[in-house]
Design a protein around this ligand. Structure first.
Ligand code: FNR
Length: 413
């Protein structure tokens, strides 16, 4: 109500309320490389579009005369009562769009009691984000180094993370033409590797590497890596060379590129993580109901239906299209979380109605951060929350429990 009244009284919002305008203004404010990285998706961006059209397949059917004056948005998750079902999905390399990066996001989230999922590729060490007092989970990219995985998880626990989110869909970086055309890989510049450079295990690996640089023949690059390098060099040799002249010791970047992820990971490896943490484990990137069942059978505490905002496989299913089957498969046993494509409060409503317990947003808060730092993130979150609240009330719901499949109908074709 406060937001509406302020608008009606002629006060302009801090950042645009209209999602399209928010994205467009923020994109204009970004450097070309940031724009490519943040706005871009995989391939021809079919999946990024599918994430949006998936929401169009559902219509909200409002119910009348139900006394909806008092509405409760709170949800229970991992022993915490959250004031709303919103989460901040993990986004790496925020230093590209704002100097205060993760710290600005954390302050906004803390003020609103929103849980922030702190990225493994953040620009700020997790301990500094935690020191803001924001409720948070830590997102892990499962490194090829067991020692590093154990160290990151140990640090997350010590810093007060309330869950570990393992992102499964990015054991290799997707084919992202906009980044390739901009000849840009943030990590090669030493951006987005603060969780590593602040880690004792990683630091030791770098020290050893710097003391004894590898000799002998270099390992043969894969065809995919060669294609990437070819595309990066074509037309942009200067930029590409600049990327390689990293501000960090070359060894740190080299070690990072070696330990970043593990494509050999299988279900059996989850036991290692279970043995190394008492925190709830969330698997992010689940799209198939059988994978959701396997996750529960392997003892995880929640799954997150996500396709990384369409940044990994071009042509993958729209994320919301994958949600109902995952919900049918496991929602009676573990919470099902959701992200990818959420742009407004009505989208949040639909995902909850289809069975999600909580809903993550990615790009929208990055746009807020770009335009107005902490205040911009706060504004974006308040807009989402306010639209969700209005949608609930107008649909005839007074609590999240009432936001069920019964509130939706498939769109007429
Ligand atoms: C991401 N995402 C992501 N996910 C993750 O697990 N770790 C990460 O470091 C990142 N980094 C990242 C950077 C940028 C610029 C974007 C846009 C996304 C994916 C993110 O958590 C989330 O799944 C999507 O952003 C959700 O889609 P929307 O809301 O952006 O459509």
């Amino acid at each position: 109500a406060g937001i509406y009244r302020a608008g009606a009284l002629g006060r302009r919002p801090v950042v645009p309320v209209a999602p399209g305008l928010l994205a467009a203004r923020a994109a204009r404010r970004m450097t070309a490389t940031a724009r490519a990285y943040v706005v871009g998706s995989a391939g021809m961006e079919h999946t990024a579009r599918a994430n949006r059209t998936a929401f169009d397949r559902w219509r909200i059917v409002p119910r009348m005369l139900r006394d909806v004056a008092v509405r409760d948005h709170s949800v229970e998750l991992f022993g915490r009562t959250m004031p709303s079902p919103l989460l901040l999905s993990p986004v790496g390399v925020l230093e590209m769009v704002h100097r205060r990066a993760d710290l600005a996001v954390a302050a906004a989230a803390r003020d609103l009691g929103v849980t922030m999922i702190v990225s493994n590729q953040a620009s700020t060490p997790m301990e500094r984000v935690a020191a803001t007092g924001v409720p948070h989970w830590f997102q892990l990219y499962w490194s090829s180094s067991d020692e590093l995985v154990a160290s990151l998880v140990r640090r997350a626990e010590a810093a007060g993370a309330e869950a570990i989110v393992v992102t499964l869909d990015t054991h290799m970086l997707g084919w992202r033409p906009r980044d390739l055309d901009a000849a840009f890989l943030p990590f090669a510049r030493g951006q987005g590797i603060a969780q590593y450079t602040s880690d004792p295990v990683f630091t030791e690996l770098v020290r050893r590497r710097a003391a004894a640089p590898p000799t002998g023949p270099r390992p043969r690059p894969t065809p995919a890596a060669l294609a990437t390098l070819a595309a990066m060099s074509r037309g942009y040799p200067g930029q590409f060379l600049a990327n390689l002249r990293s501000p960090l010791p070359r060894a740190a970047v080299d070690v990072f590129l070696e330990v970043f992820s593990r494509s050999t990971l299988t279900w059996a490896d989850l036991a290692f993580l279970r043995d190394h943490t008492r925190l709830p484990i969330v698997l992010k990137g689940i799209q198939h109901p059988d994978d959701a069942r396997a996750a529960v059978d392997h003892g995880v505490d929640a799954v997150m239906v996500s396709n990384h905002g369409g940044r990994q496989i071009d042509g993958a299913t729209g994320s919301l299209d994958a949600l109902p089957e995952v919900v049918s498969a496991v929602a009676d046993r573990v919470p099902v979380l959701f992200d990818s494509g959420v742009r407004g409060g009505a989208d949040v409503f639909k995902a909850i109605a289809l069975g999600a317990t909580a809903v993550g947003v990615g790009r929208p808060y990055v746009y807020g951060l770009t335009l107005a730092g902490r205040a911009g993130v706060t504004a974006v979150l308040r807009h989402l929350r306010a639209e969700f609240d209005l949608t609930m009330g107008l649909a005839g719901c007074t609590s999240i429990r009432e936001v069920t499949r019964e509130t939706l109908a498939p769109s007429p074709r």
